[in-house]
Design a protein around this ligand. Structure first.
Ligand SMILES: Nc1nc2c(c(=O)[nH]1)N[C@H]1C(S)=C(S)[C@@H](COP(=O)(O)OP(=O)(O)OC[C@H]3O[C@@H](n4cnc5c(=O)[nH]c(N)nc54)[C@H](O)[C@@H]3O)O[C@H]1N2
Ligand SMILES: Nc1nc2c(c(=O)[nH]1)N[C@H]1C(S)=C(S)[C@@H](COP(=O)(O)OP(=O)(O)OC[C@H]3O[C@@H](n4cnc5c(=O)[nH]c(N)nc54)[C@H](O)[C@@H]3O)O[C@H]1N2
Ligand SMILES: [Mo]
Length: 553
């Protein structure tokens, strides 16, 4: 997030899009509801589904799935046409405005209505409400990013907030709600194919030299950008990738077009899975390494507002399970022992002196030592330590020991200097409904389960609240097909089929069915499309085409 969760208390207008906030981020959802209830903050929700947040909204826009660039450009069009934009901010802080303005010409509310189904007058009302605010926050999640053109969707939102000068101040900003408790932390640590910790590019020789000095005793660090997860499985099937080590992920259920993923897992020469439970993915593994869960280890989590927080061990891990960092260290030691053995053998063979490597290097006594080592080479973490974090979490960037942390970003300048407007063309989803597959399939979450259910389905209370998949279908469609709540259907896409129970509900849109990916016995990702966003490599989980067949009772 550019800004902080607590700033919800300060803002006048909140725009939520592509986020089922009250189910997927219930705490933040509650704060937004409270701002609406108690302070009369205004709420705009833009979502194809009637998510619970809609009942708190002043304006609900219901776009057809995958048409986000159209309606966001439409908002900008109205804001410019009606002179509601922030001239000072645009001139002083941004670049690329003229080309952007030109690109908006076509996006009249009437044209946007054709593309998205949002009534022109509703779009105008939303534009006036957002642009008229003295402080406005935008929140978004996977409904914006999980598209073949998800990066464009995010750029379109960035255009909107810059056009209205709604960034760089308290109570404003463009705020992606991060998914997992520590996905922000994993990215901060460099668990991405193209960067080292703190988003420092692996291709930057200066950066590399600094890490080289700190980290790698005599080893050359790679300057090559690695593969994205979604590129790895196709690479296995193409024959280029032979081994995988999967830590804390269950792609046999969670990846798009999962039949291909399973084929790839099957085809690997060697697979290691490190998890806290034996998962559907672990079933393909040659070696399973048992990890300790969050309550069984020390460390830090970084939450969605960039707040680094201490996590403290409460109980011992069961059996032979170990904290992930301990497993990595043991492995590294085993590797270096093996390398030493081989180099000794080679040295004897060619008559030279054996050259050992420093086996002590991975001997951390405690995760705080790892943290200190990382902070020393990571400017956004440089002022952080376990000691400081002991009292309270701190938001990065925190560049020095006495720096208080950063509640909101881009105060006087953007990271790149001037904020860049992007001229965008509208491109629809990769797959649309047709005569053979007449429904949109949208996938996502419900409040009571987490992803592939490895954890939440082991919780009896949650399992009682949501014991099975119930595919949501709009009453109009259900009537037409003679389907009632509780009936069983087969859902078929170009890639596969599943069978499940139906829940007739106007939470979903006419012409759209909604399913979760929480239930292993209804592996919905056999249906989804692996069309990827070209930049982020995220699959289009939010749109594919299916047909629904009623099964005999
Ligand atoms: N209970 C629970 N909470 C979770 C998780 C969980 O599994 N269970 N997972 C966590 C993780 S990792 C993540 S990433 C987050 C995800 O959090 P969300 O993204 O909020 O969750 P989704 O259910 O994927 O909902 C996406 C929203 O986008 C809407 N949407 C679908 N298509 C479109 C579209 O074309 N345009 C727009 N504008 N909106 C669209 C959907 O109707 C839905 O409201 O949740 C986190 N929180
Ligand atoms: N159809 C569809 N598919 C989707 C999405 C969608 O909206 N629709 N959303 C996508 C998104 S946003 C996400 S984030 C992914 C999630 O996809 P995954 O990450 O594959 O799903 P999880 O079930 O969260 O798997 C996490 C695994 O980590 C294990 N684990 C938990 N804690 C620890 C630990 O401390 N150490 C170790 N080693 N393991 C641990 C859990 O037991 C679990 O097996 O799914 C994606 N897939
Ligand atoms: Mo996620």
């Amino acid at each position: 997030m550019t800004n902080s969760v607590a700033e919800i208390e300060e803002t006048d207008v909140i725009l939520i899009t592509g986020s089922n906030t009250s189910e997927a981020h219930p705490i933040i959802g509650r704060m937004i509801k409270r701002a609406v209830d108690r302070r009369r903050a205004k709420l705009i929700v833009v979502d194809p589904r009637k998510v619970p947040m809609v009942s708190f909204a002043n304006i609900w826009l219901r776009p057809r799935p995958g048409t986000d660039v159209a309606w966001i450009n439409g908002l900008c069009h109205v804001i410019l046409e009606e002179g509601l934009w922030d001239r000072d901010f645009v001139t002083q802080r941004t670049e690329g405005f003229e080309a952007f303005r030109e690109s908006l010409k076509a996006f009249t509310p009437e044209y946007v209505e054709q593309l998205s189904g949002i009534p022109a007058e509703d779009l105008r009302r939303a534009a006036r409400l957002y642009a008229g605010a003295s402080k406005a926050m935008v929140f978004y999640a996977m409904g914006i990013t999980q598209h073949a053109h998800g990066t464009d969707n995010v750029k379109a939102l960035a255009n909107l907030v810059m056009l209205c000068g709604q960034v760089g101040r308290e109570g404003t900003g463009l705020n992606p709600l991060r998914g997992q408790n520590n996905v922000q932390g994993a990215c901060d640590m460099g668990a991405l194919p193209n960067v080292l910790p703190g988003y420092q590019p692996v291709t930057d020789e200066e950066v590399l030299a600094r890490f080289q000095a700190e980290w790698a005793t005599g080893v050359r660090l790679s300057n090559k950008v690695g593969m994205a997860v979604t590129d790895m499985f196709p690479a296995v099937l193409a024959g280029g990738l032979r081994a995988m080590y999967i830590v804390g992920e269950n792609p046999a259920l969670s990846d798009a077009n999962v039949s291909h993923v399973r084929e790839a897992l099957e085809a690997l020469d060697f697979l290691v899975v490190q998890d806290i439970f034996f998962t559907e993915t672990a079933a393909y593994a040659d070696v399973v390494l048992p990890g300790a869960c969050f309550a069984e280890k020390d460390g830090t989590f970084t939450n969605t507002e960039r707040r680094v927080q201490r996590v403290r061990k409460a109980i011992d891990p069961p059996g032979r399970a170990r904290a992930d960092w301990e497993i990595f260290c043991r492995l590294a030691k085993a590797f270096s022992q093996e390398i030493n053995k081989r180099s000794a053998v080679a040295a004897v063979a060619n008559g030279s002196a054996p050259r050992g490597r420093d086996l002590g290097y991975w001997d951390y006594g405690d995760p705080s030592e790892i943290f200190d080592e990382l902070a020393a080479v990571t400017p956004i973490y440089e002022g952080l330590s376990y000691k400081r974090l002991d009292r309270a979490g701190i938001q990065w960037p925190c560049p020095s020991r006495h720096h208080p942390g950063t509640p909101f970003l881009h105060k006087d300048r953007f990271a790149r200097g001037r904020g860049k407007f992007h001229a965008l063309t509208y491109q629809g989803p990769a797959e649309l409904p047709d005569a053979e597959y007449p429904f949109y399939l949208s996938t996502g979450r419900i409040r009571y389960h987490y992803h592939t259910g490895t954890m939440t389905r082991r919780c009896r209370g949650l399992d009682r609240l949501a014991p099975t998949e119930r595919i949501q279908m709009h009453p109009e469609d259900a009537d037409r097909l003679g389907i009632h709540t509780g009936d069983r259907v087969r859902v078929v896409s170009r890639r596969g089929q599943v069978e499940a129970e139906v829940l007739v509900s106007d939470n979903t849109a006419p012409g759209m069915v909604f399913a979760t990916f929480h239930f292993a016995e209804v592996p919905v990702n056999v249906l989804t499309s692996d069309a990827l966003d070209a930049v982020s490599k995220i699959p289009e989980f939010k749109v594919c085409a299916v047909r629904v067949e009623k099964l005999a009772a």
